[in-house]
Design a protein around this ligand. Structure first.
Ligand code: KE4
Length: 434
């Protein structure tokens, strides 16, 4: 039997790259099997090196909100590249992108562009500590804010997938100032604020926990977080790297009627090239070097190609007044379909969605915090993932990840996906899953 090209590439990759991948969750370790290697992506479809095509619901972890290789974005990148890639000097386009972001997000008077969500969150925490003069930060279990040392505690996404929510190599002294709490647990939050009176620099949170699957905040939860922060002189940092520009043209915190002191963005705002951002109130942001004492820097920050790609992506989104309702309709079609199919086979699933983002848990009970997600049937998720992959549907290779639809996903993509889900869930029911 012919050995798949992906398998050959994976064994070669493992000789030169730890685990054969440049980001752990890509290795499929949580769901079994080996990753396929992508040759190209067009619209809602990716094609692997063996010529197999998949309807793609990973979308580069939510970055490809327009679909892959949008022709107008490709043209913009090529035109920009012909004038040079990176100068390490200011360019007008960076200011234009900063203005677009600040106009879209009232909580941001100013913004700084960086190259990854990790950098954005790490810098926002340092800035909060510099501005408040305090050290402790509160985060929530299963929330993921990138892999900076101080945030790799009870982290979600790949960290949770590999059962090491706190990583080796992170000194105890660093994480002693990071306090992980159960999401949606106000009593725990109030208790910690009392216990650490005057020591909390910030609370950092995903507005919807997409790195634990898909967990919404309880109604009023973040309003309570806001008032506790105000009372205690702590900053509220909302991490919109995944949710930003996914449900509305701005942060989902705006739909929750929240006003954070700092927020972070990534993924969509770079359109698929390395670009992220953090921003907030002017008096806080002006503490950043060179205008203030909090140092933060980056060779490729505001990179011209990434900036042009992000600007074009946001321009295309903003031109379509139906962009977000169309995304949400697709998520609704998918999640209602999956829920009905699972019910017809008496398989317990919990589904939820918002804008272009959705989550599926194999669980009898609703998932309100990370521990619920951890006690869901992640084994069944792995089986479902692999059955759907065989059907040509590419889902997140971990139960602790959200899924994403894009503007490129068609009704026929959704219909094919639901037909594949019918066959996959029927197989699971026939195999037995209790
Ligand atoms: P990056 O450093 O990976 O660009 O961003 C870190 C980050 C920060 N905050 C949130 C809410 C995020 O979702 C992320 C990154 N998301 C994961 C996917 N859930 C990245 C995928 C990966 O690690 O390969």
């Amino acid at each position: 039997m012919k050995i798949p090209v992906s398998r050959k590439l994976f064994s070669e990759a493992k000789k030169h790259i730890p685990g054969g991948v440049n980001s752990p969750v890509r290795a499929f370790s949580a769901v079994g099997g080996e990753p396929f290697f992508v040759a190209e992506g067009q619209g809602s479809v990716i094609q692997d090196v063996d010529g197999r095509r998949y309807i793609d619901y990973v979308g580069s972890w939510g970055t490809a909100v327009l679909g892959h290789a949008h022709p107008d974005v490709v043209t913009t990148i090529c035109e920009t590249a012909s004038k040079g890639f990176s100068f390490g000097a200011p360019t007008e386009a960076e200011t234009r992108l900063a203005r677009v972001l600040c106009d879209a997000v009232p909580a941001m008077d100013m913004v700084r562009l960086v190259s990854s969500g990790t950098e954005a969150c790490m810098s926002a925490v340092r800035l909060a500590r510099g501005f408040t003069g305090k050290n402790k930060i509160i985060k929530f279990e299963g929330h993921y804010h990138g892999h900076a040392d101080m945030l790799l505690v009870s982290a979600g996404s790949g960290a949770a997938t590999f059962g090491n929510p706190s990583s080796a190599g992170v000194p105890e002294e660093i994480v002693r100032c990071t306090i992980p709490l159960p999401f949606n647990d106000l009593k725990a939050l109030e208790h910690i604020f009392r216990q650490c009176q005057g020591e909390i620099a910030a609370v950092i949170a995903e507005p919807i926990a997409g790195n634990a699957g898909f967990i919404r905040p309880d109604p009023g939860f973040f309003q309570e977080v806001r008032s506790l922060c105000d009372k205690e002189g702590a900053l509220m940092i909302i991490d919109e790297v995944m949710t930003g520009f996914r449900m509305t043209f701005g942060g989902v915190h705006q739909l929750m009627d929240l006003k954070p002191d700092l927020c972070t963005f990534g993924k969509i705002i770079g359109g698929g090239l390395p670009l992220a951002a953090f921003g907030g109130r002017r008096e806080i942001m002006e503490q950043l070097s060179p205008s203030g004492p909090v140092y933060q820097a980056g060779t490729l920050s505001g990179n011209p190609l990434a900036t042009a790609c992000g600007l074009k992506t946001l321009e295309i989104i903003q031109k379509n007044p139906l962009f977000y309702s169309q995304l949400e309709e697709k998520s609704a079609c998918l999640m209602e379909g999956i829920r009905n199919i699972a019910a017809s086979h008496k398989i317990p699933v919990q589904t939820d969605y918002a804008g272009g983002m959705f989550g599926v848990y194999f669980s009898e009970t609703p998932v309100r915090h990370f521990r619920d997600a951890q006690s869901s049937r992640t084994d069944l998720y792995g089986r479902y993932f692999n059955l759907m992959l065989k059907e040509g549907i590419s889902l997140a290779p971990s139960a602790y990840e959200a899924g994403f639809v894009s503007a490129a996903h068609s009704q026929s993509d959704l219909d094919s996906t639901l037909a594949a889900a019918e066959r996959s869930l029927k197989t699971i029911a026939e195999e037995g899953f209790r």
